[in-house]
Design a protein around this ligand. Sequence first.
Ligand code: MG
Length: 394
Amino acid sequence: MSIVGSTGSIGRQAVEVVCAEPDRFRVVALGAMRSAGVLAQQAALLRPEVVALGDKDAALELAGLLPPGVELLAGPEALPVLAERGEVVLNAVVGFAGLPVTLAALSSGRRLALANKESLVAGAPVVQAARAALGAEILPVDSEHCAIHQCLGERRHTGPQWSDATGPRAGADVSRLLLTASGGPFRGRSRAELAGAGVQDALAHPTWQMGPKITVDSSTLMNKGLEVIEAHELFGVAYDRIEVVVHPQSVIHSMVEFSDGATLAQLSLPDMRLPIGYALAYPDRIGVPFGTIDWTRLRRLDFERPDLETFSCLALAYAAGRTGASAPATLNAANEVAVGAFLSGRIGWPDIAAVVEEALAAVPVVPLQSVEDVLAVDAAARQAAESALWARRN
Ligand code: MG
């Protein structure tokens, strides 16, 4: 397998999964953007055939740290090259920068273990075309979509609607997908209470340990909004049949309701090593659990409706998903700019949604037929978001 984005939160946990089952997994390629030190340690541990760093200066540093016999590639174009090595490619790059890796993995007929939801959300028409390549398959490494895949998965070979080689698609007997959300650190707070919310408040997630970008996205519920679009694209379910349920314990990772009223749910501790192991080993399951539920201590499972007024990013994402074409790409790019500005102290927490909304209003919706189309919309949306940031400063 190849692990692209191996030094981030998901990548490091993937290395733990691999090390827990050394007889099952063999890593042939590792790649990251710029963390030379961590990548050198991983290379010494896993002895891949090839490693790559997107940043050329960091690659120079890495050259002196690698064990002998490991090939080194450098530059942004090196990461998609890794996606053509190994039968399974884990894309754990953060944000829109993961799009070339997603496309390279699918075009070369690999199984894509997708932790980079942004590439599917922003580039959906182009990614779906690449997904039609012979042998290409997407296994979600997002706990919610992994849960839905598990609830649907046993049925994939049982009828014509399940014969799609790219993975389980929900048929007419699926009534609803119920995506659970922890609610993030600001659950239950009002818009007024969150006017002065700071970076450290947003990064204090109650149940999940994750990287800073996705943790801020969890605080705004934009992460759940991106996941609604991701679920629509992965499973082919209409937006009217995808609902978000706030579930603060993060034990139920999502549910599927069927036409006869039956609901299947997947439960486990909130630990990303389960979805990572599921996607890498599918259709087998790894033999080492990273924690199991202690029923004697689990007292209750609570559910709430999301507050779409305070967490308007979720409503913006539903609207962009329903609009389709380039709207999700604009949503994603503007959000990446706004979250970056929030993390660096340039704007307040409520401004994130406002910047995204302004960018969606400013950037025209166009069809996406090529990677170039996706890149052009991404650039236009980033510019519109920067303009919205600039307007706030003056
Ligand atoms: Mg998730």
